[in-house]
Design a protein around this ligand. Structure first.
Ligand code: PHE
Length: 468
């Protein structure tokens, strides 16, 4: 059972404090920041979305993020790195491992579709580098490029087998992820994130500067389209669910990912300031870069029709028009998609690591054997997505049920385990070992009393409105 003493494996640890922050921030900053966030905001009230968004960040996101860092290190310093193991030591009963199945399965399932989109990013970066994506001002050309590339059939459904170039890019993406995972936490994940994140900042700032220096009335209209508040959205429970779902997705909170990453910390490491730093970096990427680039730019060139593109369609159908019409669009198109690709890699790595830890711990496999086994499972899943999923709309629907709904459930489980089983007093003590700053006491009370109720109310309201 997972509750038996941990086996004598070589112990993995992060190389440096900066490294672990970069790895967690790398997990957080991803397609969610640049594609999902603008799409969610536009669909759920524009600027008004920011109210539930920031409330969710302060009440749910940051506090739950701290609990994950804390619980993860607690389990890790007792020899457990997988969610089942960690939940067992937290709850002091082997039965608790069943609570953690979502924490294993959600990241793996998300990985299976996330990596396909990651491969699209790489392919688009490549096609900008070669100039093949400079198709002029005809927006239909980009839609057919995309449809051909991902293999959407005549009826607009099913990726329909994805042509060979797509499979090539999936293969490259897959191998890159695999090599990094295979090398391990410090040598693979940490090293890559430490170089990718600064590079992403540079690329994104270049694109932002380009977008904001378009003619100013256009920029105003573009920003207005995304940010003008539609207050009526605030009375719809779906807006609140979407806002908290976006916070979870974006911060990688409620996935079992941070629990796993922080289990490679030691007693000497700080979790409070590190957690806060990673959250802040994520918000900078999301609100300042994602929020100011993707949708405003698309609106400037395409007008209100951008609303019809859906979350992922926006990135691949709408944005190429933008680059076609701006000066030096080829360069900026390349920078943009390359940046998206890096952001996606640093996220997808974190979706694999929890399951690897589980295979190592639960089945006593070596890291290399676990990575290989997981690689095979994940590849099979991704190919399934490529060949059998039913197009972009289906991707959005799927993303809602796994990326918003299930995360919600898992976040609730984590909040209850922390607040009511592990206990906020132990939690508070544990969080401050090695810490460089204090978490205000009221946050603990918030976690115990407010968070579960807040999650529950949104959940029930949404359920009544949409499911029943
Ligand atoms: N946070 C990532 C993003 O914004 C997505 C992610 C989900 C990463 C789950 C890890 C685990 O794109």
């Amino acid at each position: 059972s997972t509750a038996s003493p941990p086996p004598r494996r070589r112990k993995e640890q992060w190389g440096s404090r900066l490294g672990v922050i970069m790895a967690v921030a790398g997990s957080a900053v991803g397609l969610g920041n640049f594609l999902r966030f603008p799409g969610q905001a536009a669909q759920n009230g524009g600027g008004a979305f920011m109210l539930p968004y920031f409330i969710s960040l302060l009440i749910l996101g940051i506090p739950l993020c701290w609990t994950e860092w804390t619980m993860g290190r607690f389990g890790g310093t007792r020899g457990f790195h997988s969610a089942p193991g960690i939940f067992c030591v937290l709850c002091r009963t082997p039965k608790a491992r069943y609570l953690s199945v979502f924490a294993l399965l959600i990241p793996l399932v998300i990985y299976m579709y996330y990596i396909v989109i990651e491969a699209w990013c790489l392919a688009y970066a490549w096609n900008y580098a070669t100039g093949d994506l400079m198709l002029g001002k005809d927006s239909a050309a980009y839609e057919s490029f995309f449809a051909d590339f991902v293999g959407i059939g005549e009826d607009g459904h099913a990726f329909g087998g994805g042509g060979s170039p797509l499979l090539l890019f999936i293969a490259i993406t897959f191998v890159l992820n695999f090599i990094l995972i295979y090398r391990g936490v410090a040598k693979g994940i940490e090293t890559f994130c430490k170089f990718a994140i600064p590079l992403m900042v540079v690329c994104a700032l270049c694109v932002l500067a380009r977008v904001l220096t378009l003619p100013s009335d256009q920029v105003n209209d573009g920003l207005g389209f995304m940010w003008n508040p539609k207050p009526e959205a605030l009375t719809d429970p779906k807006t609140w669910l979407a806002a908290s779902g976006q916070i979870f997705f974006s911060l990688s909170v409620g996935f079992g990912v941070i629990i796993n990453y922080s289990s490679y910390l030691t007693k000497k490491d700080d979790v409070v300031l590190s957690g806060l730093t990673a959250c802040s970096m994520n918000e900078f990427f999301e609100v300042c870069l994602g929020g100011l680039i993707t949708l405003p730019a698309a609106f400037i060139f395409l007008g209100v029709s951008v609303a019809s593109f859906g979350t992922f369609g926006l990135g691949f159908n709408a944005l190429p028009n933008v680059f076609a019409q701006m000066y030096a669009g080829q360069l900026f198109g390349f920078l943009w998609f390359f940046m998206l690709f890096l952001a996606a890699v640093t996220s997808s790595l974190s979706m694999l690591q929890p399951f690897i830890a589980f295979l190592e711990e639960g089945f006593d496999l070596e890291r290399h054997a676990s990575a290989t086994l997981l690689g095979i499972i994940a590849l099979a899943g991704s190919l399934f997505v490529v060949y059998f999923s039913a197009g972009l709309k289906a991707l959005d629907t799927f993303d809602f049920w796994v990326g918003t709904f299930l995360i919600f459930v898992l976040a609730m489980i984590q909040a209850v385990v922390y607040g009511w089983v592990f206990g906020i007093d132990r939690g508070e003590h544990e969080a401050h070992i090695g810490a460089h700053m204090r978490i205000p006491r009221f946050v603990q009370l918030l976690l115990k009393f407010v968070v579960p109720v807040y999650l529950g109310v949104i959940f029930v309201a949404f359920f009544f409105q949409n499911v029943l």
